[in-house]
Design a protein around this ligand. Structure first.
Ligand SMILES: [Zn+2]
Length: 114
């Protein structure tokens, strides 16, 4: 029986997430997040993969990369260095913020997203 579109979609996203996880630096703080059922992406042509970063002050940041649905797994494999790079940049940005700002992010408006 062929997989439903949703199941297939979840499967592919999971594979992409696993590929990115494997490519992340070993000492990374990033943890992969399971996909959200909500369609948060404004771009329906993209798959969004989410990771969480956590500061020692307890603030978590939601990081994400988008991968075109046109891309096949081998193509994504090739693009891995730039995907990881984008995540690491978001991570650095979050981790270079002072914890004052982290706390504001927790309490403040959602506009302080990275
Ligand atoms: Zn902090």
């Amino acid at each position: 029986m062929p997989m439903s579109k949703d199941a297939e979609e979840a499967e592919v996203t999971q594979r992409i997430r696993a590929l990115i996880c494997d490519a992340l630096p070993l000492d990374t703080n990033l943890t992969p997040l399971p996909g959200f059922k909500l369609n948060l992406s404004a771009n329906p042509g993209f798959r969004k993969v989410f990771f969480a970063d956590r500061c020692s002050c307890g603030t978590s940041a939601l990081l994400s990369v988008e991968v075109s649905k046109e891309k096949t797994i081998p193509e994504i494999r090739e693009a891995l260095p730039s995907l990881v790079d984008r995540l690491v940049q978001q991570q650095r940005q979050f981790e270079s913020m002072p914890c004052d700002l982290h706390l504001q992010m927790r309490l403040g408006p959602a506009s302080s997203r990275v």
